[in-house]
Design a protein around this ligand. Sequence first.
Ligand code: KIV
Ligand code: ZN
Length: 497
Amino acid sequence: MDRLYIFDTTLRDGEQVPGCQLNTVEKIQVAKQLEMLGVDVIEAGFPVSSPGDYNSVIEISKAVTWPTICALTRAVEKDIDVAVEALRFAKHKRIHTGIGTSDPHIKYKFNATREEIIERAVAAVKYARRFVDDVEFYAEDAGRTENEYLAQVIEAVIKAGATVVNIPDTTGYCLPAEYGEKIKYLVDHVDGIDRAIISTHCHNDLGMATANTMSGIINGARQVEVTINGIGERAGNTSLEEVAMILKCHKGLGIETNINTTKIYPTSRMVSSLMNMPVQPNKAIVGKNAFAHSSGIHQDGVLKNVQTYEIIDPHDVGIDDNSIVLTARSGRAALKNRLAVLGVKLEKEKLDKVYEDFLRLADKKKDINDDDILVLAGVDRTANHRIKMEYLQVTSGVGVKAVASLGLNIAGEHFEACASGNGPVDAAIKALKKIVNRQMTLREFTIQAISRGSDDVGKVHMQVEYDNQTYYGFGANTDIIAASVEAYIDCINKFKD
Ligand code: KIV
Ligand code: ZN
């Protein structure tokens, strides 16, 4: 079997979707999930584009171990300098630099000549190679670049030290046969092509991203650039789950990936819910209806033997009772079953009450995740924690200083402290720091509502730095100040000393 490298760009090209931006804590969550999924490369951002992207590349580099962390740049020295700095903590690092090569890009974007574009491309690759051994070059709009000229560009950048050459169909224009021929042309005409890996990067403007990617693979590409759920600007990018499952179903192609396909569905749910971006119900592999047989004839066939209408076992993509989406139409049994999977067993009376709350929540929030269910069931996530909050009282308002008094139980002993602060969260955290006297810094803090009502449960995610390490904490409470203190305590409970 030939190995195909999976380059995930959910956190770069995928995150360019308007309104779907993630904060650093959320990006780290996704990156860790991608690591579990088995991707080879994570494109973590475009560091020069914003301080948020710069910071995310740093934090993702610290948080993951196995995948290569990649940072995007233009063919500009300043971009490369900033990317090098952002990648300083990555265990395996790659710079992804490039320039437009199609005639419209050369003429309208750069007002340059073809020769000048090659010079800039070569200079950028050479410059990046001064800092890292792994440099990927992208020929933006390669889909509409004449093959002969594209081959010249690719030959020049490989000579300059590019280890991977990316052939983006930036506008999603190519037909599958045309894109495949382009890859084949490069394989046949570029001197030194065997010293680099050819990568596909296909957009879905005409709904051909996956077909084009497959055509690229069949013709010699050995890296694919993909996103979870196919998210990305405009009509999106090639979806990771489609390529991974095509290769699993069509073993005859002789190509394998490192993807643990049973993590596909949980990863899809996580990305969809963090980005607030629903997956279309009929989306291949991960859509709600992808495995739902509704017509009588199909149901009859599947009941006799699943092979009649199913080419994929839903368990292979991680769909089991645990990952069935709970909605307002789910019954008590489905909720009970999900709670059991989460390790929670409730008496009948308590289950009835949780089910009522669940239905109310499901009315407001279409897609209920495991976090929400645990909150509804009142599960004490802190049961085994060394530090627990015993009480918290806060006075705050307009024109008065916020004051908090906090009681903690630390390994069975009671401690308390009072503090004032710039707002109730600040006061409560200052009281916490009086008891737990360590040099810790709050780096990121997000509050999310579950159902968006005024009686809602607030979920807090925090990132706290201590002793050069970053810790992530979670808290959930109808009182958002208490949820914030819980999240901070959750971080402290994870400190190594
Ligand atoms: O679509 C594209 O051309 C890109 C490049 C920046 C790689 O995303
Ligand atoms: Zn792209």
